[in-house]
Design a protein around this ligand. Structure first.
Ligand code: HEC
Length: 250
């Protein structure tokens, strides 16, 4: 009886304390805004890699001109096209500003590190794909923001190629019981305040779908070997293919 009362008491305290523990600059709507913004920056950067895939895979060229600076500049341009506004990278000391800057720095670090690989002359396919780029940006960002923000590229369990991208329990639940349901509004993010490994957190997850350009690797016939040496998933056009998942620790 006592134990029950104590647990209930703790749960109540946790519930009441939750909004108070959100950093001032990240209260209420701000958490949703920065989540959406970070996924937009991530996608704007990844688009630069998809748009240049043929160039990256070209064995006849050495220097591809895809320096960190060039990719960051194009990321800003893609962001502006997608949102209609300039990417604000000013540092007002807020967690949101720090996270935006860290995302751009993660893109920069990923591209600096990738130079020898993508500039190798005489080699065609180099395995430097949007999802690989995205995975590296995500881990660079999450390492830099450890304990405050984390981002990850994931996918429906049945479609995951890289084990590091497997959905966790919460991601899997959202993907299977919401994103995959026929009535779910396409492209709509889902957010929830839910603890991660015992720490209070705000989670945000954005679904992504296979376009025509994805199906050469992820489409039919299922099981056929694609250019990367992996097995095609047999996915269909516009089917749910992945999700960008963000954690903001509170
Ligand atoms: C050239 C082949 C190729 C194309 C084209 C391609 N992918 Fe992939 N995709 C891969 C490979 C290989 C991986 C595993 C990457 C890794 O090892 O991290 C992957 C990983 C992913 C992941 C991360 C989850 C996982 O399985 O590890 C998502 C999400 C994804 N792809 C979605 C897409 C979407 C959406 C498109 C089109 C816009 C696309 N892919 C185009 C080959 C491809």
């Amino acid at each position: 009886m006592n134990a029950v009362l104590r647990i209930t008491g703790l749960a109540l305290v946790a519930l009441l304390a939750a909004p108070v523990s959100i950093p001032q600059a990240l209260a209420a709507d701000d958490v949703e805004a920065i989540s959406s913004d970070l996924t937009l920056i991530f996608r704007a950067a990844r688009k630069m890699i998809s748009d240049n895939q043929d160039l990256i895979n070209d064995p006849s060229k050495g220097d591809k001109g895809l320096s960190a600076t060039a990719v960051v500049e194009q990321t800003k341009a893609n962001y502006k096209t997608a949102t209609g506004k300039d990417l604000d990278l000013s540092d007002d000391g807020s967690p949101a500003a720090k996270a935006r800057i860290a995302m751009i720095e993660a893109v920069r670090a990923t591209m600096d590190e990738a130079q020898p690989l993508i500039n190798e002359q005489g080699k065609g396919f180099k395995g430097f794909l949007p999802a690989v780029f995205g995975g590296r940006v995500a881990s660079n960002f999450s390492a830099a923001m450890a304990g405050t923000f984390a981002i990850k590229l994931t996918a429906p369990k049945a479609y995951v190629r890289n084990r590091a991208n497997r959905p966790d329990e919460w991601e899997n639940k959202v993907i299977e019981t919401m994103f995959k349901q026929p009535g779910y509004e396409k492209g709509k993010a889902y957010a929830e305040a839910v603890p991660v490994k015992g720490k209070p957190a705000y989670r945000y997850i954005l679904p992504e779908y296979y376009g025509a350009s994805c199906l050469g690797c992820h489409g039919d016939p299922k099981g056929e070997i694609d250019i990367t040496g992996g097995k095609k998933e047999g996915a269909k056009l516009d089917e749910l293919g992945g999700a960008i998942s963000l954690i903001i620790y509170q």
